[in-house]
Design a protein. Sequence first.
Length: 255
Amino acid sequence: MITVFLLLAFCSSLSIYFFRSAAPPGGYTGAGLETCTSCHQGNDLNASGGDIIVTGLPANGYTPGTTYTFSIAIAHANADRTRWGFEIAAMNALAMPIGTFSSGDPKAAVIPLTGELGHKEAPFTSPQGFYTFTDLKWTAPANPGNNEKLITFYVAANAANGDLTNAGDFIYNKSIQIPLKVVYTFTGNGLWSEANNWSNNAIPPSVISTGAEIVIDHQTNGECVLNVAQQISSGSQLTVKPGKRLRLNGNLIIQ
């Protein structure tokens, strides 16, 4: 009886391992109270020398409806890891999922029950200390509201030893916050300083913040006349649409 019990327990543990290596269960990104350490145990969360590097998400602000292609790299202190996994969630201010994930990487897929993105058939490698999931995609909400002015991405990653158990693996976790990009659009004709020349009567402040953008898209046969001092901070942007004119009667400072 003891032998049978131990065998059943081992088979159950092994089946859970294979199920989760095929695809993570979702809900373990750290957005709530749990991370992958709920199952993968034996090492501290975010052990020294390891990291998650996310590149391609719009650090200076997202544009509604835009699809961003990004990558997730998992780094480990020693070149002795042979299997790799991850999951990522995007949450609004109410901790509700926001935007849509997809993947061009065959080793990643959307997790059906949560809409998060995670590994698919967690890849095996020769012993190494670095692995990158590429061609991952997130599409921003088309009509963000007040609760989407700041999106938080939660990422969990597993640098595993590939021994077909949940012991001895290293779990890393981090969060990234991305604001809604602020865009001021000149749609009228004439002076910069007149509110009715701007979309929603929103005149840009004299110094626009990092990540913001001013777009000149005036009426046909019109022009935009800068008659005040305007500073474009580093990381912000001034865009004059093709065929449009920006006449400078004031001071324009671009850092």
